[in-house]
Design a protein around this ligand. Structure first.
Ligand code: SAM
Length: 482
């Protein structure tokens, strides 16, 4: 029997089934232990340190107790604490991005995904470089600066050379004042050499969802194809880091397995990365299974309510305070609006989940991966964020300025990231307002920027921001490396 060891490089030792079962039993036994819950909430509070804050986070066992807790007042306290941590490390900024689907050819048999190879009626599409260029122009015309590229797994149709060529094309398009400054990559688990090639191509985060941490369920849900190999999939982030990628993004597809099991597994994975590589995940995504062509989400009996979804997000924020959290347009405006306060730091906007979707007028598209709930335009999403006092940020400076991996984490841990991110957010928002916003959004945007400029006491940093904001308004120069 495998023994739990977060430092091991073997999936069954760092995501250890017995340890998860014991964690769930411990959480169940302590779910109404007020004294323990109070001590965990106290432990997880941000503590002032120098100019910033320090946060201890919680272990997977401790956080699982919070997730299991059923005492309404304590759950309220969790939401407050999650919000406090969010504001301490991320401020009121929300980073925006869009997915770009390159190809839906896939050789896997995933039961929840319409791209599975047995689906003979979904339209299979693979973008040519000319089509990639047109999609990127459409995305730049909306104002996007950051993309997450997506592709099915198919070594013949979508080999690494194709992905690299697409990344190159994306970075090469400069339409009007637009450019894509950060390309994150969500492709199937691969080898160290291929991760190195992605790193050399200048990618931002490598994202790979675990789907489920429960090995038995994983094997059933991925009955055929290379993705069937649970260990290879689970150990992918270690190979990515060995290949030099220091920002990796985790996620589970909620609804496939019991959420308490997934929650513990996710945090164990984060602990493992920290223990082995000295840096935890850059982001955690929280997708839920959605209806899609030939996929009925009710076929999976572990769906979670919106309330439980919000609680999971708050508990992740408390457990891993320095990790960004992403929510996609799988979720509705109402759900997204609610969880922004509990620790989400990145959202997608105006997403199309079909291959070629940004240049197609009509929807739904017949190559879509799943239904999109939030179908608003980017301008509407930006305005909506600002009306709730969040600052939409199009900043991508960190990785271009070398603030990745443990450098980013140590700046984040000392609270210093706020000094870079806040002015950067305001400057890139100014770019957006000047180049792409509707008059109404522009008006609200400049009111918010004025308010923010007054609020922040860091005079020196904000003076630089002020000068840059004026420069953006008065010129077409767009080569800031904030
Ligand atoms: N082929 C790559 C892989 O295997 O990881 C890329 C993944 S796919 C393009 C992106 C993610 O969409 C998957 O990891 C999965 O979690 C999610 N997904 C698939 N089907 C879905 C559905 N019906 N509803 C919501 N999300 C889904």
């Amino acid at each position: 029997m495998a023994v739990y060891n977060p430092k091991s490089l073997h999936a069954e030792e760092f995501i250890n089934h017995e340890e998860i079962l014991e964690t769930l039993a411990y959480a169940e036994a302590n779910k109404n232990n007020v004294e323990l819950i109070d001590s965990l909430l106290e432990k997880a509070k941000p503590k002032r340190e120098g100019n910033g804050y320090r946060c201890s986070g919680l272990t997977h066992r401790e956080a699982s107790v919070l997730l299991a807790c059923e005492i309404p007042e304590k759950i309220e306290e969790m939401y407050k604490l999650a919000n406090e941590i969010k504001l301490a490390f991320y401020g009121n900024r929300i980073v925006l991005f869009a997915p770009l689907y390159l190809s839906n050819y896939c050789v896997n048999g995933c039961l929840y995904c319409p791209y599975h190879y047995k689906n003979k009626h979904i339209k299979r599409v693979k973008l040519t470089q000319e089509q990639v260029r047109n999609e990127v122009i459409a995305l730049q015309d909306m104002g996007h600066k950051r993309l997450a590229i997506e592709a099915g797994e198919d070594p013949v149709n979508n080999p690494i050379e194709y992905i690299l060529e697409c990344i190159n094309t994306i970075y090469s398009v400069h339409h009007k004042n637009g450019d894509i400054r950060r390309v994150n990559v969500n492709i199937a688990a691969t080898t160290v050499e291929e991760y190195r090639m992605l790193k050399d191509a200048g990618i931002g985060t490598y994202i790979l969802f675990q789907e489920t941490y429960n090995k038995k369920s994983y094997l059933e849900l991925h009955p055929t194809g290379p993705k069937h190999d649970y260990d290879y999939h689970t150990e992918a982030m270690d190979r990515a880091m060995e290949g030099g990628i220091d920002d990796v993004g985790l996620g589970v597809l909620f609804g496939l397995e019991g959420y308490k099991y997934e929650f513990a597994g996710l945090l164990m994975h984060a602990e493992h990365l920290e223990a082995v590589h000295g840096v935890g995940p850059h982001t955690i995504s929280v997708p839920r299974v959605k209806h899609a062509d030939d996929i009925d989400p009710s076929a999976f009996d572990n769906s979670i309510s919106d309330e439980m979804f919000a609680k999971i997000i708050a508990c992740i924020r408390i457990a891993v305070p320095y990790t960004g959290m992403i929510i996609s347009t799988r979720e509705s405006e109402a759900v997204r609006g609610k969880v922004l306060d509990y620790g989400i730091s990145q959202i997608s906007g105006a997403s199309r989940t079909s291959v070629g979707g940004y240049t197609e007028e009509e929807r739904p598209h017949d190559s879509e991966q799943f239904d999109v709930s939030d179908q608003r335009t980017l301008d509407e999403v930006v305005r909506w964020l600002m009306e709730m006092d969040h600052i939409p940020s199009f900043c991508t400076a960190c990785y271009r300025a070398g603030r990745t991996g443990d450098r980013f984490m140590s700046l984040c841990k000392s609270g210093q990231i706020l000094n870079c991110c806040h002015p950067n957010a305001l400057m890139t928002l100014t770019e957006y307002l000047e180049d792409y916003a509707s008059p109404e959004t522009k008006k609200i945007g400049y009111e918010l920027i004025e308010k923010e400029l007054k609020k922040i006491p860091k005079e020196n940093v904000m003076n630089i921001a002020k000068q840059n904001i004026e420069a953006i308004k008065n010129s077409n120069r767009r080569d800031f490396r904030f």
